[in-house]
Design a protein around this ligand. Sequence first.
Ligand SMILES: [Zn+2]
Length: 446
Amino acid sequence: MLITHTRLATLGDEPRLIEDGALLIKGDCITALGTTAELTASYPAAERWDAAGQLVLPASSCAHTHFYGAFARGMAIPGEPAANFPQILERLWWRLDKALTLEDVRYSALVCLVDAIRHGTTTLIDHHASPNSIGGSLDAIAEAVQEAGLRACLCYEVTDRDGPERAQDGIAENIRFAKSQIPNPKSQIAATFGLHASLTLSDETLADCVSAAEACGLGFHIHAAEDVADQEDSLRKAGKRVIQRLHDAGILGPRTIAAHCVHVDESEIELLAETGTWVTHQPRSNMNNGVGVAPVEAMLRASVNVGLGNDGFSNQMFAEMKAAYLVHKLAQRDPRAMPGDLVMRLAYAENGRLVRVFWPGLRLGELCEGAAADLAFLDYHPTTPLTAGNLPWHLLFGVEASAITATICAGRVLMRDRRLLTLDEEAITARSRELAAQMWERINEQ
Ligand SMILES: [Zn+2]
């Protein structure tokens, strides 16, 4: 397929903005880029899609999310409002996840996948919990992802909070699911090993997880130092800080994601860098939970790998980028903090490197020959000059999510002219409303 008459923003190491650009897709890859005149001359027989001057960007990706939280939207939580992060976990998330059936798991995922397609986000790294529906939960999500035509890396978050039997069930679900997948850049699904957080895991369970994961060559996906409570628990339980505890347990490494790392000190930042561990940054969630602001720039200066996730907030990654751009300036009272090009780097280049941990060889976050044909079309016609150099500030100050009209993942068109082509949004919305209402009732009866 030859996409013509676009403003093509390539991103990558040498970003270009090609006016009246064109791009050729063969299978799941981009095979040529240039101007419309050049490519229509070179490929006269190719099927054409006239983008009518729309801006075409690489699709977004999300480094840390929770599909299972979709039914929380608008849910009233009985009792006093949660006053701190542990109370948010106990009163909201640990009641919600216990109420999930396998059908709820499937529809929570579908709701998030509709949202991802609508917002040009094609690759998501999910972290799942449903303590009363553990077995088969990752298959339910994988099926939904395959129907959507997106890409996702899945895991089940092992925890001791529901007793030893469920901790073992969580381990078994991770291993069973990972064994059913073969790492492959062409596959829509990848697997890793999920852990909830240091504060809900004993040394014994961590050791069980490490031996199970090592046998399958898996890294981990864990919340780390999200709130000061995680550090207090680790110091109390193990006499050391969270990142040191995870390191000593064998959790860190270049295949591991430590989500958040809001409360890490210099020695922990060093450990994250030395081990090549991935940190993910989710500023909307951190603000919502009132947990603090992650020292992202300090981590980057220390050569820590940092990607951008959304922690279950909407899959509009432009919104996450805007939050990242703003919150560090406020927290540091310094308008030079977290410049726009750095936010772009996290969202595209760094997330692009992170996804290669799970899909070896896959090139995301840039448009070039050989890159994945993962694209977002934006009906964005700015009133000021747009260049490759100032694109970050257009995305941060000009572009709204509603501008996205088309999404392509691995060469497959998932949305065109704002119409979803793989998922029946109306049916998903209707069923999800029924299931969410029933789930809310069950939570109120708990
Ligand atoms: Zn999370």
